[in-house]
Design a binder for this molecule. Sequence first.
Ligand code: ATP
Length: 305
Amino acid sequence: MSKPIIEIQGLDFYFKEFKALDQVNLTVPTGSIYGFLGPNGAGKTTTIRILLDLFHSKNQQIKIFGKNLLSHRGEVLGSIGALIENPSIYKHLSGRQNLEVIRKMVGVPKSRIDEVLKIVRLVDNADKKAKNYSLGMCQRLGLAAALLTDPELLILDEPTNGLDPSGIIEMRELIINLNKEHGKTIFLSSHILSEIEKLATDVAIIDQGKILYEGKLEGLQEKGKGYQLTVELDQVDEAAKIVRGLNFTVSETNSRTLVIPIEAKTDIPKINKAIVDQDIDVYQLKSSDEDLESIFLNITKKLDQ
Ligand code: ATP
Protein backbone atom coordinates (compact mmCIF):
# COMPACT_ATOMS: atom_id res chain seq x y z
CA MET A 1 0.00 0.00 0.00
CA SER A 2 1.20 3.53 -0.71
CA LYS A 3 2.12 5.75 2.24
CA PRO A 4 -0.92 6.79 4.25
CA ILE A 5 -1.94 10.43 3.96
CA ILE A 6 -4.34 10.20 6.93
CA GLU A 7 -3.98 7.84 9.88
CA ILE A 8 -6.52 7.80 12.69
CA GLN A 9 -6.11 5.44 15.61
CA GLY A 10 -8.58 4.54 18.34
CA LEU A 11 -10.54 7.78 18.08
CA ASP A 12 -13.48 8.34 20.43
CA PHE A 13 -15.67 11.41 20.45
CA TYR A 14 -18.49 12.40 22.77
CA PHE A 15 -21.28 14.98 22.53
CA LYS A 16 -21.81 15.24 26.30
CA GLU A 17 -22.58 11.61 27.30
CA PHE A 18 -23.41 10.50 23.73
CA LYS A 19 -20.59 8.53 22.11
CA ALA A 20 -20.58 9.67 18.49
CA LEU A 21 -17.30 7.94 17.55
CA ASP A 22 -16.16 4.66 19.02
CA GLN A 23 -12.56 3.54 18.48
CA VAL A 24 -12.38 4.77 14.92
CA ASN A 25 -9.32 3.60 12.98
CA LEU A 26 -8.79 4.82 9.42
CA THR A 27 -5.84 4.63 7.05
CA VAL A 28 -6.21 6.65 3.88
CA PRO A 29 -3.64 5.79 1.18
CA THR A 30 -1.92 8.67 -0.60
CA GLY A 31 -3.32 9.03 -4.11
CA SER A 32 -6.61 7.34 -3.35
CA ILE A 33 -10.19 8.42 -3.76
CA TYR A 34 -11.34 7.30 -0.35
CA GLY A 35 -15.06 6.87 0.14
CA PHE A 36 -16.26 7.34 3.68
CA LEU A 37 -19.64 5.71 3.61
CA GLY A 38 -22.37 5.49 6.19
CA PRO A 39 -26.05 6.16 6.78
CA ASN A 40 -27.26 9.50 8.15
CA GLY A 41 -26.03 10.15 11.67
CA ALA A 42 -23.25 7.54 11.40
CA GLY A 43 -20.46 9.92 12.41
CA LYS A 44 -19.03 11.05 9.06
CA THR A 45 -19.26 14.80 9.59
CA THR A 46 -17.97 14.47 13.15
CA THR A 47 -14.89 12.60 11.88
CA ILE A 48 -14.35 15.22 9.17
CA ARG A 49 -14.66 18.05 11.69
CA ILE A 50 -12.01 16.39 13.84
CA LEU A 51 -9.71 16.00 10.79
CA LEU A 52 -10.10 19.72 10.11
CA ASP A 53 -9.39 20.54 13.77
CA LEU A 54 -12.89 21.97 14.27
CA PHE A 55 -13.66 19.42 17.03
CA HIS A 56 -11.14 17.93 19.43
CA SER A 57 -11.07 14.61 21.16
CA LYS A 58 -9.03 13.85 24.30
CA ASN A 59 -7.66 10.61 22.92
CA GLN A 60 -7.09 11.78 19.36
CA GLN A 61 -4.18 10.17 17.60
CA ILE A 62 -4.28 11.60 14.13
CA LYS A 63 -1.49 11.90 11.65
CA ILE A 64 -1.95 13.72 8.36
CA PHE A 65 0.96 13.79 5.87
CA GLY A 66 2.77 11.71 8.53
CA LYS A 67 2.57 14.60 11.03
CA ASN A 68 0.66 14.82 14.25
CA LEU A 69 -2.38 17.02 13.65
CA LEU A 70 -2.27 18.74 17.04
CA SER A 71 1.45 19.52 17.12
CA HIS A 72 1.70 20.53 13.41
CA ARG A 73 -1.72 22.15 13.13
CA GLY A 74 -0.92 25.13 10.85
CA GLU A 75 1.32 23.24 8.49
CA VAL A 76 -1.09 20.31 8.15
CA LEU A 77 -4.25 22.38 7.70
CA GLY A 78 -2.49 24.58 5.14
CA SER A 79 -2.17 21.58 2.83
CA ILE A 80 -5.81 20.49 3.07
CA GLY A 81 -8.65 21.85 0.95
CA ALA A 82 -12.13 21.22 2.35
CA LEU A 83 -15.72 21.46 1.27
CA ILE A 84 -18.10 20.82 4.13
CA GLU A 85 -21.82 21.36 4.02
CA ASN A 86 -22.79 24.37 1.89
CA PRO A 87 -19.80 26.54 1.01
CA SER A 88 -20.07 30.11 2.32
CA ILE A 89 -20.49 32.26 -0.75
CA TYR A 90 -21.27 35.98 -1.03
CA LYS A 91 -24.31 35.87 -3.28
CA HIS A 92 -24.03 39.53 -4.35
CA LEU A 93 -20.51 38.96 -5.70
CA SER A 94 -19.52 37.10 -8.86
CA GLY A 95 -17.76 33.74 -8.72
CA ARG A 96 -14.47 35.44 -9.57
CA GLN A 97 -14.96 38.14 -6.90
CA ASN A 98 -15.73 35.46 -4.31
CA LEU A 99 -12.48 33.73 -5.15
CA GLU A 100 -10.62 37.05 -5.00
CA VAL A 101 -11.80 37.56 -1.37
CA ILE A 102 -10.41 34.15 -0.39
CA ARG A 103 -7.27 34.55 -2.51
CA LYS A 104 -6.33 37.64 -0.50
CA MET A 105 -6.81 35.73 2.74
CA VAL A 106 -4.70 32.74 1.72
CA GLY A 107 -2.11 34.81 -0.15
CA VAL A 108 -1.72 33.07 -3.50
CA PRO A 109 -0.97 34.79 -6.84
CA LYS A 110 -3.90 36.29 -8.78
CA SER A 111 -3.22 33.95 -11.69
CA ARG A 112 -4.38 31.04 -9.55
CA ILE A 113 -7.99 32.24 -9.84
CA ASP A 114 -8.13 31.52 -13.57
CA GLU A 115 -6.46 28.17 -13.01
CA VAL A 116 -9.02 27.00 -10.46
CA LEU A 117 -11.96 28.38 -12.47
CA LYS A 118 -10.74 26.27 -15.37
CA ILE A 119 -10.37 23.14 -13.25
CA VAL A 120 -13.94 23.39 -11.92
CA ARG A 121 -15.28 24.43 -15.34
CA LEU A 122 -16.68 27.77 -14.24
CA VAL A 123 -14.77 30.02 -16.64
CA ASP A 124 -17.85 30.93 -18.68
CA ASN A 125 -19.86 31.82 -15.58
CA ALA A 126 -17.07 33.42 -13.57
CA ASP A 127 -18.42 36.95 -13.88
CA LYS A 128 -22.04 36.10 -13.15
CA LYS A 129 -23.33 36.98 -9.68
CA ALA A 130 -23.32 33.94 -7.40
CA LYS A 131 -27.01 34.50 -6.60
CA ASN A 132 -27.70 33.32 -10.15
CA TYR A 133 -25.66 30.13 -9.72
CA SER A 134 -27.27 26.69 -9.56
CA LEU A 135 -26.51 24.56 -6.51
CA GLY A 136 -24.04 22.56 -8.60
CA MET A 137 -22.23 25.76 -9.64
CA CYS A 138 -22.11 26.89 -5.99
CA GLN A 139 -20.55 23.53 -5.04
CA ARG A 140 -17.99 23.91 -7.82
CA LEU A 141 -17.21 27.45 -6.70
CA GLY A 142 -16.71 26.09 -3.17
CA LEU A 143 -14.36 23.50 -4.61
CA ALA A 144 -12.49 26.18 -6.58
CA ALA A 145 -11.97 28.07 -3.32
CA ALA A 146 -10.67 24.91 -1.65
CA LEU A 147 -8.22 24.46 -4.55
CA LEU A 148 -6.71 27.96 -4.42
CA THR A 149 -3.79 26.86 -2.24
CA ASP A 150 -3.22 23.79 -4.44
CA PRO A 151 -3.65 21.39 -1.49
CA GLU A 152 -2.43 17.81 -1.65
CA LEU A 153 -5.49 16.50 0.14
CA LEU A 154 -9.14 17.37 -0.42
CA ILE A 155 -11.77 16.55 2.18
CA LEU A 156 -15.30 16.72 0.78
CA ASP A 157 -18.35 16.13 2.97
CA GLU A 158 -21.26 14.80 0.88
CA PRO A 159 -20.21 16.85 -2.19
CA THR A 160 -23.12 15.65 -4.31
CA ASN A 161 -25.81 16.17 -1.68
CA GLY A 162 -28.84 17.98 -3.11
CA LEU A 163 -27.46 18.15 -6.66
CA ASP A 164 -29.58 17.19 -9.65
CA PRO A 165 -28.45 14.23 -11.81
CA SER A 166 -26.35 16.38 -14.18
CA GLY A 167 -24.78 18.20 -11.22
CA ILE A 168 -23.91 14.84 -9.67
CA ILE A 169 -22.24 13.67 -12.89
CA GLU A 170 -20.28 16.93 -13.21
CA MET A 171 -19.08 16.72 -9.62
CA ARG A 172 -18.13 13.08 -10.06
CA GLU A 173 -16.12 13.81 -13.22
CA LEU A 174 -14.44 16.70 -11.47
CA ILE A 175 -13.41 14.55 -8.51
CA ILE A 176 -11.96 11.88 -10.81
CA ASN A 177 -10.12 14.55 -12.81
CA LEU A 178 -8.67 16.12 -9.66
CA ASN A 179 -7.39 12.73 -8.60
CA LYS A 180 -6.06 11.50 -11.94
CA GLU A 181 -4.84 14.70 -13.61
CA HIS A 182 -3.94 16.83 -10.62
CA GLY A 183 -2.70 14.12 -8.26
CA LYS A 184 -4.98 15.02 -5.36
CA THR A 185 -5.88 12.51 -2.70
CA ILE A 186 -9.59 12.80 -2.08
CA PHE A 187 -11.41 11.84 1.09
CA LEU A 188 -15.12 12.08 0.49
CA SER A 189 -18.12 11.15 2.56
CA SER A 190 -21.46 9.95 1.31
CA HIS A 191 -24.49 8.02 2.47
CA ILE A 192 -25.10 6.78 -1.09
CA LEU A 193 -23.29 3.59 -1.94
CA SER A 194 -23.83 3.88 -5.70
CA GLU A 195 -22.02 7.25 -5.65
CA ILE A 196 -19.00 5.86 -3.81
CA GLU A 197 -19.00 2.77 -6.00
CA LYS A 198 -18.53 4.88 -9.13
CA LEU A 199 -15.64 6.87 -7.71
CA ALA A 200 -13.73 5.33 -4.88
CA THR A 201 -10.63 3.18 -4.92
CA ASP A 202 -10.83 2.58 -1.17
CA VAL A 203 -13.75 2.61 1.23
CA ALA A 204 -14.59 2.68 4.89
CA ILE A 205 -18.07 1.96 6.19
CA ILE A 206 -19.11 3.65 9.41
CA ASP A 207 -22.32 3.14 11.34
CA GLN A 208 -23.26 4.28 14.84
CA GLY A 209 -19.75 5.66 15.29
CA LYS A 210 -18.00 2.36 14.55
CA ILE A 211 -15.96 1.38 11.51
CA LEU A 212 -17.45 -1.80 10.09
CA TYR A 213 -15.25 -2.20 7.02
CA GLU A 214 -12.12 -0.61 5.64
CA GLY A 215 -10.28 -1.62 2.51
CA LYS A 216 -10.39 -1.75 -1.25
CA LEU A 217 -13.74 -1.48 -2.98
CA GLU A 218 -13.09 -4.87 -4.60
CA GLY A 219 -12.60 -6.33 -1.12
CA LEU A 220 -16.10 -5.27 -0.23
CA GLN A 221 -17.42 -6.90 -3.39
CA GLU A 222 -15.44 -10.03 -2.48
CA LYS A 223 -16.98 -10.04 1.00
CA GLY A 224 -20.42 -10.34 -0.47
CA LYS A 225 -19.57 -13.13 -2.90
CA GLY A 226 -22.17 -15.82 -2.77
CA TYR A 227 -25.88 -16.14 -3.18
CA GLN A 228 -29.02 -15.82 -1.16
CA LEU A 229 -31.50 -18.61 -1.53
CA THR A 230 -35.13 -17.83 -0.77
CA VAL A 231 -37.31 -20.90 -0.22
CA GLU A 232 -41.07 -20.65 -0.14
CA LEU A 233 -42.80 -23.38 1.88
CA ASP A 234 -45.43 -24.08 4.54
CA GLN A 235 -43.62 -25.57 7.52
CA VAL A 236 -41.02 -22.89 8.04
CA ASP A 237 -39.79 -23.90 11.51
CA GLU A 238 -39.32 -27.56 10.64
CA ALA A 239 -37.58 -26.66 7.39
CA ALA A 240 -35.27 -24.20 9.16
CA LYS A 241 -34.22 -27.00 11.53
CA ILE A 242 -33.41 -29.28 8.58
CA VAL A 243 -31.40 -26.55 6.84
CA ARG A 244 -29.41 -25.79 10.00
CA GLY A 245 -28.79 -29.53 10.35
CA LEU A 246 -26.99 -29.33 6.99
CA ASN A 247 -24.72 -26.63 8.47
CA PHE A 248 -26.26 -23.68 6.65
CA THR A 249 -27.37 -20.56 8.49
CA VAL A 250 -30.87 -19.18 8.07
CA SER A 251 -30.62 -15.41 7.85
CA GLU A 252 -34.34 -14.61 7.74
CA THR A 253 -37.62 -16.38 8.27
CA ASN A 254 -41.20 -15.27 7.94
CA SER A 255 -44.51 -17.14 7.77
CA ARG A 256 -43.81 -18.66 4.34
CA THR A 257 -40.14 -18.16 3.47
CA LEU A 258 -36.61 -18.94 4.57
CA VAL A 259 -33.58 -16.97 3.37
CA ILE A 260 -30.36 -18.95 3.34
CA PRO A 261 -26.93 -17.57 2.35
CA ILE A 262 -25.20 -20.18 0.16
CA GLU A 263 -21.78 -20.43 -1.43
CA ALA A 264 -22.65 -22.15 -4.71
CA LYS A 265 -25.64 -23.04 -6.85
CA THR A 266 -24.98 -26.74 -6.12
CA ASP A 267 -26.21 -26.05 -2.58
CA ILE A 268 -29.72 -25.45 -3.95
CA PRO A 269 -30.65 -29.06 -4.87
CA LYS A 270 -28.98 -30.26 -1.66
CA ILE A 271 -31.21 -28.04 0.47
CA ASN A 272 -34.28 -28.76 -1.62
CA LYS A 273 -33.84 -32.54 -1.41
CA ALA A 274 -33.33 -32.50 2.37
CA ILE A 275 -36.54 -30.54 2.88
CA VAL A 276 -38.64 -32.55 0.41
CA ASP A 277 -37.33 -35.83 1.90
CA GLN A 278 -39.04 -34.82 5.14
CA ASP A 279 -42.39 -34.49 3.29
CA ILE A 280 -42.42 -30.70 3.36
CA ASP A 281 -43.82 -29.14 0.18
CA VAL A 282 -41.55 -26.56 -1.48
CA TYR A 283 -43.43 -24.02 -3.62
CA GLN A 284 -40.56 -21.90 -4.89
CA LEU A 285 -36.75 -21.64 -4.83
CA LYS A 286 -35.18 -18.34 -5.81
CA SER A 287 -31.48 -17.47 -5.76
CA SER A 288 -29.88 -14.08 -6.24
CA ASP A 289 -26.33 -12.69 -6.31
CA GLU A 290 -25.61 -10.26 -3.54
CA ASP A 291 -25.07 -6.82 -4.95
CA LEU A 292 -23.07 -4.11 -3.24
CA GLU A 293 -26.20 -2.44 -1.93
CA SER A 294 -27.27 -5.53 -0.03
CA ILE A 295 -23.73 -6.11 1.25
CA PHE A 296 -23.78 -2.56 2.61
CA LEU A 297 -27.21 -3.08 4.16
CA ASN A 298 -26.14 -6.40 5.67
CA ILE A 299 -23.00 -4.88 7.16
CA THR A 300 -24.84 -1.94 8.68
CA LYS A 301 -27.86 -4.06 9.74
CA LYS A 302 -25.70 -6.43 11.80
CA LEU A 303 -25.08 -3.63 14.28
CA ASP A 304 -28.80 -3.27 15.04
CA GLN A 305 -29.17 -6.92 16.02
P1 ATP B 1 -25.32 13.11 8.22
O1 ATP B 1 -24.97 12.68 6.85
O2 ATP B 1 -26.77 12.90 8.56
O3 ATP B 1 -24.78 14.44 8.64
P2 ATP B 1 -23.14 11.94 9.68
O4 ATP B 1 -22.66 10.55 9.42
O5 ATP B 1 -22.34 13.06 9.15
O6 ATP B 1 -24.62 12.02 9.20
P3 ATP B 1 -22.74 13.17 12.23
O7 ATP B 1 -23.26 14.52 11.84
O8 ATP B 1 -21.27 13.01 12.38
O9 ATP B 1 -23.31 12.06 11.26
O10 ATP B 1 -23.46 12.75 13.59
C1 ATP B 1 -23.08 11.61 14.34
C2 ATP B 1 -23.98 11.50 15.56
O11 ATP B 1 -23.72 12.59 16.44
C3 ATP B 1 -25.47 11.58 15.24
O12 ATP B 1 -26.16 10.70 16.10
C4 ATP B 1 -25.83 13.02 15.54
O13 ATP B 1 -27.17 13.12 15.95
C5 ATP B 1 -24.89 13.34 16.68
N1 ATP B 1 -24.51 14.78 16.67
C6 ATP B 1 -23.96 15.46 15.65
N2 ATP B 1 -23.71 16.74 15.99
C7 ATP B 1 -24.12 16.88 17.28
C8 ATP B 1 -24.13 17.96 18.22
N3 ATP B 1 -23.64 19.16 17.89
N4 ATP B 1 -24.62 17.72 19.45
C9 ATP B 1 -25.09 16.49 19.79
N5 ATP B 1 -25.10 15.43 18.97
C10 ATP B 1 -24.63 15.61 17.72
